[in-house]
Design a protein around this ligand. Sequence first.
Ligand code: SF4
Ligand code: MG
Length: 321
Amino acid sequence: TRPLLELAAITKTYQVKQGLFAKAKPLNALGGVSLCLHKKDVLGLVGESGCGKSTLAKILLGLEAPTAGKVLVDGKEIDPRERRHLARRLQPIFQDPYSSLNPRKSIEDIIALPLVVHDIGDSASRSQAVARMLDLVGLPARVRRGYPNQLSGGQRQRVAIARALIMKPEIVVCDEPTSALDVSVQAQILNLLGDLREELGLTYFFISHNLAVVEHLATRVAVMYLGQIVEEAAAAALFANPRHPYTKALLESVLTPDPCLSVPDTHLGASYPNPISPPSGCRFHPRCAQVRDICKTTPPPRIGNEGGHVDCHLYSGAAAH
Ligand code: SF4
Ligand code: MG
């Protein structure tokens, strides 16, 4: 079946100056990312901060243009000028419900805003829609007259979810939706997102630095390193049998006492490289526990399997000894 959403060879290059008199250098934030998302799937996109996850989310949402590559919805390429139309199909939920909600607007106005922006309905029908959304996300009707600072972090993220869903989108792009919340509240929000997916038949593009969070919801997982997908697989297969050494290291870090900490160096050796001058060969080689000579000079081949892939010399004939 045709994917609902397709990213085809997306690249994003920024010109970056390091120092006042330095010449601008290209920073390849995304180096040819291709991903498919089928209806009702939850694609978990995982990687450390700075790997390009949020850049990819912004491109998906039409907030940034790719340097090259295409975004297709239902097999049709999305033109940046079609963003108005796209908002009815794709809605975001961002990381920080503190900064993404306008403190001077009432909860009712915040949730109804997408309808106002897209000129949908009149004030009576918008008000009814807000009431339905509050019920859907488990907030009491009385909060509609309140303001963001009167709500807890979890309640604010419910407001952000209500605001996204009021557009009846097919796809929800969640960028670290629980990272700013306490661990106990994180579980509640993840459960809510899971319930809403069942109830409304939603499809999620779910970004997180934390594999434990992704494991909760994802049907597929893509692992990103320095702007490239290094492994993609069905979620069950990836958690049962991670193949890329980076995926394995991320999974080990999940087993540390505080899963909210970023990946500890104990598992990954050297720190995250500067994307302006990525390592030669396999970009992961300075941190890889299984590095071989070929990894330092030659980029790894893409080894495909059952709709997924792993990009690593360990799985090619050349280095498999
Ligand atoms: Fe490690 Fe080599 Fe595989 Fe890269 S290609 S992940 S360095 S084993
Ligand atoms: Mg981010």
